[in-house]
Design a protein around this ligand. Structure first.
Ligand code: DCP
Ligand code: MG
Length: 411
């Protein structure tokens, strides 16, 4: 029996942006269970419920010790009755019946598979399920028209579900860097997203690009994309141009949380580093990737093969691994964003995540400070003016928050 007087009652601040949340935490099982319910709510297109579960999961991630008794949770923020019931279930029985039932449900499984296709959101998946489509094969057989993104997503489904490693992210970073400095010397590339927070794997690789001279970044993205395309690095790309200046959303407040930077959603063709073969046969080619020397004449040739599933040159099968069923390349999701230097600190903060941390920063700004924060700017509604910043530290200071480094933004 637990002596109630000896139970340590936890206490954490309400907003995730006031807390330090590292990748490791003491309550993985509980946080994972609540995250699954959040995911399920998001898949059902119920964002409000999704956020509530995400906030609860984030509170558990921030606790200094494992939860052993419900009494420790008294007074903690963001834990509603529903969440407390799930936690109680797990503390008492080791599992949550609701979480287990969700995992087993055909609808959850189908929504997960279908939204797992790049380019497919919750609404599209729900529509397909109403048409009786639950699997990739059923989708392929259905004759439904897919847009270009969804076609690419379906084609590269397996690859895009393999986690991207930090080593792969760094290799892609070198390629993006080369592309960027080739078309605009002096431009800078920063790795953002989960990898900047110290994650060892990710579902994609996110980069932010800028130039130290304001305005020089204009028109950069199409040139970068052309360079990457000419080198055969892109399997798919869709560029949306910067619409910040022409937007009428008012101060720092895009109509949605999606920002308006020039942005390129892409799928890269990344040559795998095959240690044995490249060590024996490889040499460093012009674009820095190791390539076996007496098979293809140039890596450009390998990379621009219009049909990536076939060997890229006559002797390609020697190293392409077709005979053994292994390809020497894989598809990787890459996001590129271009920001003018004057907005860079806001873009960096906005693109580092986590998604919940970002959401909480904006909620804090609005509710506690009467400010509007976006990935472009910070507007003070009381002073009716924009607050400038050249670093993330300055933005936290404007918001009256203690600075939280990227590695502790894993809410
Ligand atoms: N982001 C944003 N607006 C968007 C998309 C993303 O502000 N429309 C931000 C929040 C995310 C970051 O950019 O944390 C990167 O988005 P990801 O979806 O790539 O998320 P992560 O990089 O954090 O996770 P993962 O490791 O799964 O890629
Ligand atoms: Mg990412």
């Amino acid at each position: 029996l637990v002596d109630e007087t000896e139970v340590e009652v936890f206490s954490v601040p309400s907003y995730a942006c006031q807390r330090r949340t590292t990748l490791d935490n003491h309550n993985n099982v509980l946080a994972h269970a609540l995250s699954l319910l959040a995911e399920n709510a998001e898949l059902e297109d119920e964002d409000g419920r999704g956020v509530a579960f995400r906030r609860a999961a984030a509170v558990l991630k921030a606790l200094p010790k494992p939860v052993t008794s419900m009494m420790q949770l008294r007074g903690l923020p963001c834990l509603g009755d529903h969440c407390l019931r799930v936690i109680k279930d797990i503390l008492e029985t080791g599992t949550s019946s609701e979480v287990e039932a969700t995992k087993q449900s055909e609808r959850y499984k189908a929504l997960k598979v279908l939204t797992g296709i790049f380019g497919v959101g919750a609404k599209t998946a729900a529509r397909w399920i109403r048409d009786g489509i639950h699997t990739l094969q059923q989708l392929r057989d259905s004759g439904h028209t897919l847009n270009r993104a969804q076609q690419a997503g379906l084609e590269h489904y397996e690859d895009l579900h393999q986690q991207v490693t930090k080593a792969e992210a760094d290799t892609i970073g070198e390629i993006v860097e080369r592309a960027v400095v080739s078309v605009l010397p002096g431009a800078q590339v920063v790795l953002t997203g989960g990898f900047r927070r110290g994650k060892l794997t990710g579902h994609d690789v996110d980069f932010l690009i800028t130039h130290p001279v304001e305005g020089r970044e204009e028109g950069l993205m199409p040139k970068v994309v052309s360079w990457l395309e000419s080198q055969g690095f892109l399997l798919y790309q869709k560029t949306t141009r910067n619409s910040y200046l022409e937007s009428n959303d008012g101060p720092a407040r895009p109509a949605s949380n999606i920002d308006r930077f020039e942005r390129c959603l892409s799928i890269f063709k990344l040559i795998k580093e095959d240690k044995h073969e490249t060590k024996q046969l490889g040499k460093l080619s012009e674009n820095g990737l190791e390539t076996p020397e007496d098979t293809c004449s140039s890596l450009t040739h390998v990379q621009t093969d219009p049909n990536p599933a076939t060997p890229s040159c006559a002797k390609g099968q020697i190293h392409s691994g077709e005979d053994t069923g292994h390809r020497l390349w894989r598809a990787v999701r890459v996001d590129l964003v271009v920001s003018p230097i004057s907005q860079f600190a806001f873009a960096l903060l906005g693109w580092t995540g986590s998604k919940l941390f970002e959401r909480e920063l904006r909620r804090w700004a609005g509710y506690e400070k009467a400010m509007s924060l976006s990935s472009h700017a910070l507007y003070d509604n009381n002073q009716s003016r924009y607050l400038r910043a050249t670093s993330e530290e300055e933005i936290f200071a404007h918001l009256g928050l203690e600075y939280i480094p990227p590695s502790e933004r894993n809410a």
